[in-house]
Design a protein around this ligand. Sequence first.
Ligand code: PMP
Length: 404
Amino acid sequence: MLDNFSEASMAISGESTLVYQEVARKVQREKGIRVINFGIGQPDLPTFRKIRNAAIKALDEGFTGYTSAYGIDELREKIASHVNTLYPNGKPVKKEEVIITPGAKTALYLAFLLYVNPGDEVIIFDPSFYSYAEVVKMLGGKPVYVKMKWAEETGFSLNVSELEDKISSKTKMIVLNNPHNPTGMVFDPKEIENIMELAKEKSIILLSDEIYDYFVYDGRMKSILEDPDWRDYAIYVNGFSKTFSMTGWRLGYVIAKEKITKKMAELAANIYTCPTSFAQKGAIAAFDAFDEVKDMISLFRRRRDVMYEELKKNKWIKVHKSQGAFYMFPYIGEILSRANIQVKDFAIKLIEEAGVTTIPGEVFPLEVGKNYLRLSFAVDENDIREGVRRINEFTTRLMKEIVG
Ligand code: PMP
Protein backbone atom coordinates (compact mmCIF):
# COMPACT_ATOMS: atom_id res chain seq x y z
CA MET A 1 0.00 0.00 0.00
CA LEU A 2 2.72 2.45 0.99
CA ASP A 3 4.60 1.63 -2.19
CA ASN A 4 1.74 2.67 -4.44
CA PHE A 5 2.86 6.18 -5.28
CA SER A 6 0.65 8.55 -7.26
CA GLU A 7 0.96 8.86 -11.01
CA ALA A 8 2.01 12.47 -10.52
CA SER A 9 4.91 11.56 -8.26
CA MET A 10 5.98 8.70 -10.51
CA ALA A 11 6.16 10.99 -13.52
CA ILE A 12 9.12 12.73 -11.92
CA SER A 13 12.63 11.38 -11.89
CA GLY A 14 14.90 12.39 -9.01
CA GLU A 15 17.49 15.11 -9.45
CA SER A 16 20.14 13.17 -11.33
CA THR A 17 22.90 15.75 -10.83
CA LEU A 18 23.17 14.55 -7.23
CA VAL A 19 24.44 11.17 -8.43
CA TYR A 20 27.71 12.75 -9.55
CA GLN A 21 28.29 14.56 -6.27
CA GLU A 22 27.76 11.21 -4.55
CA VAL A 23 30.40 9.50 -6.73
CA ALA A 24 32.78 12.40 -6.02
CA ARG A 25 32.35 11.99 -2.28
CA LYS A 26 33.07 8.28 -2.58
CA VAL A 27 36.22 8.85 -4.66
CA GLN A 28 37.41 11.46 -2.19
CA ARG A 29 36.83 9.13 0.72
CA GLU A 30 38.34 6.02 -0.84
CA LYS A 31 41.23 7.45 -2.84
CA GLY A 32 42.02 10.36 -0.56
CA ILE A 33 42.25 12.81 -3.50
CA ARG A 34 40.61 16.21 -3.62
CA VAL A 35 37.99 16.12 -6.37
CA ILE A 36 37.53 19.49 -8.09
CA ASN A 37 33.86 20.26 -8.41
CA PHE A 38 32.63 21.84 -11.64
CA GLY A 39 29.20 20.35 -10.97
CA ILE A 40 27.78 23.05 -8.75
CA GLY A 41 24.95 25.37 -9.76
CA GLN A 42 25.48 28.19 -7.29
CA PRO A 43 27.87 31.08 -6.66
CA ASP A 44 30.62 30.08 -4.22
CA LEU A 45 30.47 33.37 -2.24
CA PRO A 46 28.56 33.81 1.02
CA THR A 47 25.42 35.93 0.84
CA PHE A 48 26.48 39.59 0.97
CA ARG A 49 26.89 40.97 4.51
CA LYS A 50 24.12 43.61 4.36
CA ILE A 51 21.58 41.01 3.36
CA ARG A 52 22.59 38.67 6.18
CA ASN A 53 22.48 41.56 8.66
CA ALA A 54 18.99 42.58 7.59
CA ALA A 55 17.71 39.02 8.11
CA ILE A 56 19.44 38.74 11.49
CA LYS A 57 17.84 42.03 12.54
CA ALA A 58 14.43 40.78 11.43
CA LEU A 59 14.91 37.61 13.48
CA ASP A 60 16.03 39.62 16.53
CA GLU A 61 13.00 41.86 16.20
CA GLY A 62 10.71 38.86 16.14
CA PHE A 63 9.69 38.99 12.48
CA THR A 64 9.07 35.26 12.53
CA GLY A 65 5.39 34.74 11.79
CA TYR A 66 3.52 34.02 8.57
CA THR A 67 3.39 36.74 5.94
CA SER A 68 0.88 37.27 3.16
CA ALA A 69 0.91 34.49 0.54
CA TYR A 70 2.16 37.17 -1.87
CA GLY A 71 5.14 37.93 0.35
CA ILE A 72 5.67 41.24 2.14
CA ASP A 73 4.61 44.46 0.44
CA GLU A 74 7.90 46.24 0.97
CA LEU A 75 9.78 43.55 -0.96
CA ARG A 76 7.15 43.40 -3.71
CA GLU A 77 7.45 47.18 -4.09
CA LYS A 78 11.27 46.97 -4.25
CA ILE A 79 11.05 44.35 -7.01
CA ALA A 80 8.49 46.37 -8.96
CA SER A 81 10.53 49.56 -8.80
CA HIS A 82 13.72 47.65 -9.66
CA VAL A 83 12.30 46.18 -12.89
CA ASN A 84 10.72 49.52 -13.73
CA THR A 85 14.19 51.07 -13.59
CA LEU A 86 15.72 48.30 -15.68
CA TYR A 87 12.93 48.25 -18.29
CA PRO A 88 11.36 51.69 -18.23
CA ASN A 89 8.99 51.38 -21.18
CA GLY A 90 5.29 50.66 -21.08
CA LYS A 91 2.98 50.71 -18.09
CA PRO A 92 5.05 50.37 -14.89
CA VAL A 93 4.89 47.09 -12.96
CA LYS A 94 3.00 47.55 -9.70
CA LYS A 95 3.36 45.54 -6.52
CA GLU A 96 0.07 43.69 -7.15
CA GLU A 97 1.77 42.14 -10.17
CA VAL A 98 4.55 40.62 -8.05
CA ILE A 99 4.35 37.45 -5.95
CA ILE A 100 7.33 36.25 -3.90
CA THR A 101 7.86 32.48 -3.88
CA PRO A 102 10.12 29.99 -2.08
CA GLY A 103 12.75 30.01 -4.84
CA ALA A 104 12.37 30.44 -8.58
CA LYS A 105 11.63 26.72 -8.82
CA THR A 106 8.38 27.28 -6.93
CA ALA A 107 7.61 30.28 -9.15
CA LEU A 108 7.95 28.00 -12.19
CA TYR A 109 5.89 25.34 -10.47
CA LEU A 110 3.03 27.76 -9.78
CA ALA A 111 3.09 28.88 -13.40
CA PHE A 112 2.84 25.31 -14.71
CA LEU A 113 0.21 24.39 -12.11
CA LEU A 114 -1.88 27.35 -13.16
CA TYR A 115 -2.03 26.42 -16.84
CA VAL A 116 -1.09 22.84 -17.67
CA ASN A 117 -3.98 20.40 -18.06
CA PRO A 118 -3.43 16.71 -18.89
CA GLY A 119 -2.57 16.42 -22.58
CA ASP A 120 -1.43 20.03 -22.96
CA GLU A 121 1.83 20.51 -24.77
CA VAL A 122 4.62 22.69 -23.41
CA ILE A 123 7.49 23.60 -25.67
CA ILE A 124 10.87 23.26 -24.02
CA PHE A 125 14.24 23.80 -25.63
CA ASP A 126 16.73 20.96 -25.67
CA PRO A 127 19.01 21.46 -23.77
CA SER A 128 17.26 23.13 -20.81
CA PHE A 129 17.12 23.27 -17.03
CA TYR A 130 15.86 19.76 -16.11
CA SER A 131 13.01 20.83 -13.82
CA TYR A 132 10.74 22.33 -16.54
CA ALA A 133 10.01 19.01 -18.25
CA GLU A 134 9.66 17.07 -14.99
CA VAL A 135 6.99 19.37 -13.59
CA VAL A 136 5.11 19.45 -16.89
CA LYS A 137 5.07 15.62 -16.89
CA MET A 138 3.96 15.55 -13.28
CA LEU A 139 0.91 17.61 -14.22
CA GLY A 140 0.07 15.22 -17.05
CA GLY A 141 1.33 17.64 -19.69
CA LYS A 142 3.59 16.72 -22.56
CA PRO A 143 6.99 18.35 -23.02
CA VAL A 144 7.63 18.98 -26.70
CA TYR A 145 11.32 19.53 -27.32
CA VAL A 146 12.86 21.94 -29.77
CA LYS A 147 16.49 21.12 -30.48
CA MET A 148 18.78 24.10 -30.35
CA LYS A 149 21.34 24.51 -33.12
CA TRP A 150 25.03 24.63 -32.32
CA ALA A 151 28.24 25.77 -33.96
CA GLU A 152 31.59 26.27 -32.24
CA GLU A 153 31.87 29.88 -33.43
CA THR A 154 28.35 31.03 -32.59
CA GLY A 155 27.27 28.63 -29.85
CA PHE A 156 23.65 27.62 -29.44
CA SER A 157 20.71 29.32 -31.11
CA LEU A 158 17.03 28.91 -30.39
CA ASN A 159 15.99 27.50 -33.76
CA VAL A 160 12.82 29.54 -34.11
CA SER A 161 11.82 27.80 -37.35
CA GLU A 162 11.74 24.39 -35.64
CA LEU A 163 9.85 25.99 -32.77
CA GLU A 164 7.23 27.20 -35.19
CA ASP A 165 6.93 23.71 -36.69
CA LYS A 166 6.37 22.18 -33.26
CA ILE A 167 3.42 24.41 -32.40
CA SER A 168 0.13 22.49 -32.46
CA SER A 169 -3.44 23.13 -31.36
CA LYS A 170 -2.45 21.64 -27.98
CA THR A 171 0.49 23.99 -27.35
CA LYS A 172 -0.17 25.84 -24.13
CA MET A 173 3.20 27.31 -23.23
CA ILE A 174 6.71 27.98 -24.41
CA VAL A 175 9.48 28.01 -21.79
CA LEU A 176 12.34 30.39 -22.38
CA ASN A 177 15.47 30.75 -20.26
CA ASN A 178 17.89 33.59 -20.95
CA PRO A 179 20.80 33.75 -20.03
CA HIS A 180 20.79 30.03 -20.37
CA ASN A 181 21.50 27.06 -18.14
CA PRO A 182 23.29 24.80 -19.18
CA THR A 183 24.82 26.38 -22.30
CA GLY A 184 25.92 29.78 -20.94
CA MET A 185 24.31 31.49 -23.93
CA VAL A 186 22.90 34.99 -23.94
CA PHE A 187 20.57 34.62 -26.88
CA ASP A 188 20.45 37.01 -29.79
CA PRO A 189 17.82 39.67 -28.92
CA LYS A 190 16.35 39.22 -32.40
CA GLU A 191 15.65 35.53 -31.68
CA ILE A 192 13.94 36.41 -28.41
CA GLU A 193 11.85 39.02 -30.21
CA ASN A 194 10.81 36.46 -32.81
CA ILE A 195 9.65 34.09 -30.10
CA MET A 196 7.76 36.88 -28.36
CA GLU A 197 6.02 37.72 -31.63
CA LEU A 198 5.19 34.09 -32.27
CA ALA A 199 3.71 33.62 -28.78
CA LYS A 200 1.59 36.74 -29.22
CA GLU A 201 0.42 35.81 -32.69
CA LYS A 202 -0.49 32.22 -31.77
CA SER A 203 -1.86 33.03 -28.28
CA ILE A 204 0.64 30.85 -26.46
CA ILE A 205 1.83 31.68 -22.94
CA LEU A 206 5.52 32.58 -22.78
CA LEU A 207 7.13 31.59 -19.48
CA SER A 208 10.42 33.45 -19.23
CA ASP A 209 12.99 32.33 -16.65
CA GLU A 210 15.46 35.20 -16.33
CA ILE A 211 17.19 34.08 -13.14
CA TYR A 212 20.69 34.68 -14.59
CA ASP A 213 19.89 38.21 -15.80
CA TYR A 214 22.88 39.80 -14.02
CA PHE A 215 25.32 37.17 -15.28
CA VAL A 216 25.95 38.68 -18.69
CA TYR A 217 29.58 38.99 -19.84
CA ASP A 218 29.13 39.70 -23.55
CA GLY A 219 26.24 40.77 -25.68
CA ARG A 220 22.91 42.21 -24.62
CA MET A 221 20.20 40.35 -22.81
CA LYS A 222 16.68 40.92 -24.06
CA SER A 223 14.02 40.68 -21.36
CA ILE A 224 10.36 40.00 -22.06
CA LEU A 225 9.59 42.96 -19.82
CA GLU A 226 10.98 45.21 -22.56
CA ASP A 227 7.81 44.59 -24.55
CA PRO A 228 5.15 47.10 -23.41
CA ASP A 229 2.53 44.41 -24.19
CA TRP A 230 4.14 41.63 -22.07
CA ARG A 231 1.03 41.38 -19.84
CA ASP A 232 -0.97 39.97 -22.76
CA TYR A 233 1.06 36.77 -23.07
CA ALA A 234 4.02 36.53 -20.72
CA ILE A 235 4.93 35.35 -17.22
CA TYR A 236 8.28 36.50 -15.85
CA VAL A 237 10.28 34.48 -13.33
CA ASN A 238 13.36 35.60 -11.44
CA GLY A 239 14.90 35.07 -8.02
CA PHE A 240 17.53 35.97 -5.45
CA SER A 241 19.47 32.68 -5.52
CA LYS A 242 22.07 33.49 -8.13
CA THR A 243 22.40 37.29 -8.26
CA PHE A 244 22.86 37.68 -4.51
CA SER A 245 24.28 34.25 -3.74
CA MET A 246 21.18 33.28 -1.76
CA THR A 247 20.40 29.77 -3.00
CA GLY A 248 19.61 28.40 0.45
CA TRP A 249 17.31 31.29 1.36
CA ARG A 250 14.70 30.04 -1.10
CA LEU A 251 13.39 33.27 -2.56
CA GLY A 252 12.16 33.80 -6.08
CA TYR A 253 9.33 35.73 -7.68
CA VAL A 254 6.83 35.94 -10.49
CA ILE A 255 5.83 39.09 -12.32
CA ALA A 256 2.57 38.71 -14.24
CA LYS A 257 -0.68 40.55 -14.67
CA GLU A 258 -2.68 40.94 -11.47
CA LYS A 259 -5.26 38.26 -12.22
CA ILE A 260 -2.45 35.69 -12.47
CA THR A 261 -0.60 36.67 -9.27
CA LYS A 262 -3.94 36.64 -7.42
CA LYS A 263 -4.63 33.06 -8.50
CA MET A 264 -1.06 32.07 -7.70
CA ALA A 265 -1.46 33.51 -4.19
CA GLU A 266 -4.52 31.26 -3.73
CA LEU A 267 -2.46 28.25 -4.78
CA ALA A 268 0.42 29.36 -2.54
CA ALA A 269 -1.84 29.78 0.49
CA ASN A 270 -2.86 26.14 0.15
CA ILE A 271 0.53 24.67 -0.69
CA TYR A 272 3.16 26.51 1.41
CA THR A 273 1.36 29.51 3.01
CA CYS A 274 4.09 32.07 2.30
CA PRO A 275 7.81 32.47 1.67
CA THR A 276 10.00 32.59 4.82
CA SER A 277 9.35 35.85 6.67
CA PHE A 278 12.82 36.93 7.88
CA ALA A 279 14.44 35.80 4.61
CA GLN A 280 12.21 38.32 2.82
CA LYS A 281 13.45 41.09 5.13
CA GLY A 282 16.99 40.13 4.16
CA ALA A 283 16.07 40.29 0.48
CA ILE A 284 14.95 43.91 0.84
CA ALA A 285 18.59 44.78 1.60
CA ALA A 286 19.66 42.99 -1.59
CA PHE A 287 18.59 46.07 -3.53
CA ASP A 288 21.39 48.00 -1.78
CA ALA A 289 23.98 45.36 -2.71
CA PHE A 290 24.47 45.96 -6.44
CA ASP A 291 28.10 47.08 -5.92
CA GLU A 292 28.79 43.66 -4.45
CA VAL A 293 26.94 42.04 -7.36
CA LYS A 294 29.09 44.00 -9.81
CA ASP A 295 32.28 42.77 -8.12
CA MET A 296 31.01 39.21 -8.23
CA ILE A 297 30.25 39.48 -11.94
CA SER A 298 33.79 40.81 -12.65
CA LEU A 299 35.21 37.88 -10.71
CA PHE A 300 33.05 35.45 -12.70
CA ARG A 301 34.05 37.06 -15.99
CA ARG A 302 37.71 36.45 -15.18
CA ARG A 303 36.97 32.86 -14.21
CA ARG A 304 35.06 32.35 -17.43
CA ASP A 305 38.03 33.62 -19.43
CA VAL A 306 40.40 31.29 -17.59
CA MET A 307 38.17 28.26 -18.07
CA TYR A 308 37.73 29.02 -21.76
CA GLU A 309 41.46 29.50 -22.36
CA GLU A 310 42.29 26.26 -20.56
CA LEU A 311 39.62 24.25 -22.43
CA LYS A 312 40.83 25.66 -25.74
CA LYS A 313 44.15 23.88 -25.17
CA ASN A 314 42.38 20.54 -25.57
CA LYS A 315 42.32 19.55 -29.23
CA TRP A 316 39.62 16.92 -28.66
CA ILE A 317 37.14 19.39 -27.22
CA LYS A 318 35.23 22.11 -29.05
CA VAL A 319 34.11 24.99 -26.91
CA HIS A 320 32.16 28.17 -27.50
CA LYS A 321 32.97 30.91 -24.98
CA SER A 322 29.97 31.32 -22.75
CA GLN A 323 28.45 34.79 -22.54
CA GLY A 324 26.24 34.39 -19.52
CA ALA A 325 25.21 32.42 -16.43
CA PHE A 326 28.23 30.58 -14.98
CA TYR A 327 28.48 27.52 -17.17
CA MET A 328 30.65 26.37 -20.04
CA PHE A 329 29.15 23.65 -22.21
CA PRO A 330 31.95 22.11 -24.29
CA TYR A 331 31.27 19.65 -27.12
CA ILE A 332 32.98 16.29 -26.50
CA GLY A 333 31.23 14.28 -29.23
CA GLU A 334 34.48 13.26 -30.89
CA ILE A 335 35.93 11.83 -27.68
CA LEU A 336 32.72 9.95 -26.94
CA SER A 337 32.41 8.40 -30.38
CA ARG A 338 36.07 7.40 -30.65
CA ALA A 339 36.12 5.98 -27.12
CA ASN A 340 32.68 4.45 -27.69
CA ILE A 341 31.40 5.71 -24.38
CA GLN A 342 28.21 7.44 -23.23
CA VAL A 343 28.45 10.89 -21.73
CA LYS A 344 27.18 9.70 -18.34
CA ASP A 345 29.89 7.04 -18.13
CA PHE A 346 32.45 9.55 -19.30
CA ALA A 347 31.44 11.93 -16.49
CA ILE A 348 31.85 9.11 -13.97
CA LYS A 349 35.29 8.27 -15.40
CA LEU A 350 36.28 11.92 -15.09
CA ILE A 351 35.49 11.80 -11.39
CA GLU A 352 37.12 8.45 -10.75
CA GLU A 353 40.17 8.76 -12.96
CA ALA A 354 40.79 12.49 -13.25
CA GLY A 355 39.33 13.79 -9.98
CA VAL A 356 36.94 16.29 -11.57
CA THR A 357 33.16 16.47 -11.25
CA THR A 358 31.18 17.71 -14.26
CA ILE A 359 27.56 17.24 -15.22
CA PRO A 360 26.80 15.20 -18.36
CA GLY A 361 24.77 17.29 -20.77
CA GLU A 362 21.96 14.79 -21.22
CA VAL A 363 20.64 15.70 -17.78
CA PHE A 364 19.34 18.83 -19.56
CA PRO A 365 17.09 16.92 -20.38
CA LEU A 366 17.35 14.83 -23.52
CA GLU A 367 19.13 14.42 -26.84
CA VAL A 368 21.31 17.39 -27.64
CA GLY A 369 23.26 17.30 -24.38
CA LYS A 370 24.48 13.75 -25.06
CA ASN A 371 27.56 15.23 -26.68
CA TYR A 372 28.34 17.88 -24.09
CA LEU A 373 29.50 18.37 -20.52
CA ARG A 374 28.41 21.20 -18.24
CA LEU A 375 31.19 22.84 -16.27
CA SER A 376 30.40 25.50 -13.69
CA PHE A 377 32.96 28.28 -13.32
CA ALA A 378 31.55 29.42 -9.98
CA VAL A 379 34.78 27.97 -8.64
CA ASP A 380 38.09 29.39 -7.41
CA GLU A 381 40.40 30.40 -10.29
CA ASN A 382 43.24 28.07 -9.24
CA ASP A 383 40.82 25.18 -9.09
CA ILE A 384 39.58 26.05 -12.58
CA ARG A 385 43.16 25.85 -13.89
CA GLU A 386 43.89 22.61 -12.04
CA GLY A 387 40.53 21.01 -12.88
CA VAL A 388 40.73 21.71 -16.61
CA ARG A 389 44.38 20.64 -16.61
CA ARG A 390 43.24 17.30 -15.17
CA ILE A 391 40.50 16.97 -17.81
CA ASN A 392 42.97 17.76 -20.58
CA GLU A 393 45.55 15.30 -19.27
CA PHE A 394 42.92 12.58 -18.92
CA THR A 395 41.48 13.03 -22.42
CA THR A 396 44.93 13.18 -23.99
CA ARG A 397 45.82 9.90 -22.28
CA LEU A 398 42.54 8.28 -23.25
CA MET A 399 42.77 9.36 -26.88
CA LYS A 400 46.39 8.25 -27.13
CA GLU A 401 45.32 4.77 -26.08
CA ILE A 402 42.64 4.75 -28.77
CA VAL A 403 44.12 6.70 -31.66
CA GLY A 404 47.69 5.78 -30.89
N1 PMP B 1 15.93 28.34 -13.26
C1 PMP B 1 17.16 28.01 -13.67
C2 PMP B 1 17.48 28.15 -15.12
C3 PMP B 1 18.12 27.56 -12.76
O1 PMP B 1 19.35 27.23 -13.19
C4 PMP B 1 17.77 27.42 -11.40
C5 PMP B 1 18.74 26.93 -10.35
N2 PMP B 1 19.69 26.04 -10.73
C6 PMP B 1 16.46 27.75 -11.02
C7 PMP B 1 15.58 28.21 -11.97
C8 PMP B 1 15.97 27.60 -9.61
O2 PMP B 1 16.43 28.60 -8.77
P1 PMP B 1 15.96 28.73 -7.27
O3 PMP B 1 17.15 28.41 -6.41
O4 PMP B 1 15.57 30.16 -7.11
O5 PMP B 1 14.82 27.82 -7.04
